[in-house]
Write a protein that binds this ligand. Structure first.
Ligand code: NAP
Length: 302
C-alpha cells in the first residue's frame, strides 16, 4: 500500500509540523487538513501547513489513504466521530497522542471496523497552535507505533514508511508498555516541572521577582516544560492515570530516600546517585537526543 493522500485533523504544533515536513521533503503525498477552530484553519492556510485546508472534517478525509488525528488526547473520540462519515474504506486512521491505550480505546469505539494504528512521535516543544509547527520537528526523533492485535501488516508497513520519510526512527511497541515508558520519560518530568514552578510561585518568604531574577540557577529549565499546553497535559494525565500513578509512587519513594540521605548527611548516597544520573545525560547526548553543548548551547553574552 502506498500513501498518496494524507488528511491531518488538528492543525497545531504536531499537525502543522507533519504538513510542513511532507512539503519540505517533497514527498509525493497530497495533504489536506481541518481544525475545529476557524481562526486556526485561516492561519493554517496562510502558513501553507497543508495544501488544502478544508471547511469540514468530512471533506478533509475524503479519499485520504491515511488520516492522522493531531488533537488533544481527550478530543480524539470527538475528532474520530467527526471524520467517520467521510472516510474511504481503505483508509488507515492514526494519531499522534501522547498516551496510547486510552486513545486506542476511544478510536475503536468511535470507528468500529476501521483500520486503526495509533502512533506517538516523541518530538515536541512547549509551544502550541498553528504558528508553532516546523518542518524538522521529527528529524532524528523516535516515532512509537502501537499496532493493535491483528493489525494488517501492509498498512502497518505503509504507516512506518510514512514516519520514516518524515525523518523519524520508528519503533513498534505494545500500547500499555508505551504508556509506562512515557510516564517516566515524559509525563512525570512534566508533572515535576509543573509542581516545582507552582511551589516556587506560592512561596511567601521568597518573592516572585526573586524567583524570576535568579531563575538561571536551574529553575528556568523547569519553566520551559511547565509552559507546555495546559489542555494537552491535563488530558495526558487523565488518560494515562494508571501508569503515571505507578511511576509517581516509585518517584515518591526515591525522593523520600534522598530526603533521608540529606537529613542523615549520607554524602555517599547523594554522590552515587548524581554520578549515575550524569552518565544518563551522556547517553542521551551520545544517542543524538540532545545538544552536547553546555547549557543546551545557549549564548552567554556579557
Ligand atoms: P495544539 O498545538 O494545541 O493543536 C491541537 C489543535 O487541535 C488545536 O488547534 C485545537 O483547537 C484542535 N482541536 C481540538 N479539539 C479538536 C477536535 N475535536 N477536532 C478538530 N480539532 C480539534 O496541540 P499539539 O501540541 O499539536 O498536540 C496535539 C497532539 O499531539 C496531542 O494529542 C498531544 O498529546 C500530542 N503530542 C504533543 C507533543 C507536544 O510536544 N506538544 C508531542 C508529541 C505528541 P482548539 O485550540 O480550538 O482546541
Amino acid at each position: 500500500m502506498t500513501i498518496r493522500r494524507v488528511a491531518i485533523i488538528g492543525l497545531g504544533l504536531l499537525g502543522g509540523s507533519i504538513g510542513l515536513a511532507v512539503k519540505a521533503r517533497s514527498l509525493a503525498i497530497a495533504t489536506t487538513g481541518w481544525d475545529r477552530d476557524p481562526a486556526v484553519r485561516a492561519r493554517a492556510a496562510e502558513r501553507g501547513l497543508v495544501e488544502t485546508v478544508c471547511a469540514t472534517a468530512e471533506d478533509a478525509v475524503a479519499a485520504a489513504d491515511l488520516v492522522i488525528l493531531c488533537v488533544p488526547v481527550g478530543a480524539m473520540g470527538d475528532a474520530a466521530r467527526a471524520i467517520a462519515p467521510g472516510l474511504a474504506p481503505h483508509a488507515i486512521i492514526s494519531d499522534v497522542g501522547s498516551s496510547k491505550e486510552a486513545v486506542a480505546t476511544a478510536l475503536a469505539e468511535a470507528l468500529p471496523g476501521a483500520c486503526i494504528i495509533p502512533a506517538h512521535p516523541v518530538a515536541g516543544t512547549e509551544q502550541s497552535g498553528p504558528d508553532a509547527g516546523f518542518a524538522t520537528l521529527f528529524a532524528g526523533r523516535w516515532c512509537i507505533i502501537t499496532p493493535p492485535e491483528g493489525c494488517d501488516p501492509t498498512q502497518l508497513e505503509a504507516l512506518s514508511a510514512f514516519w520514516t520519510a518524515l525523518g523519524s526512527k520508528v519503533e513498534l511497541m505494545d500500547a500499555a508498555h508505551h504508556d509506562l515508558v512515557l510516564a517516566v520519560t515524559s509525563h512525570i518530568p512534566h508533572l515535576i516541572a509543573y509542581t516545582i514552578v507552582g511551589t516556587a510561585s506560592d512561596l511567601e518568604d521568597v518573592t516572585q521577582s526573586e524567583v524570576i531574577k535568579y531563575s538561571a540557577g536551574g529553575f528556568r529549565d523547569f519553566t520551559r516544560i511547565a509552559a507546555s499546553d495546559p489542555v494537552m497535559w491535563r488530558d495526558v494525565f487523565l488518560s494515562n492515570k494508571g501508569a503515571v500513578l505507578e511511576m509517581l509512587g516509585r518517584f515518591t519513594e526515591d525522593l523520600t530516600a534522598m530526603q533521608r540521605a540529606i537529613r542523615s548527611a549520607d554524602g555517599d548516597a547523594l554522590f552515587d546517585l548524581f554520578t549515575r544520573t550524569r552518565a544518563i545525560r551522556r547517553q542521551v547526548i551520545e544517542q543524538g537526543q540532545d545538544d552536547e553543548r553546555p547549557d543546551f548551547g545557549r549564548e552567554h553574552g556579557a
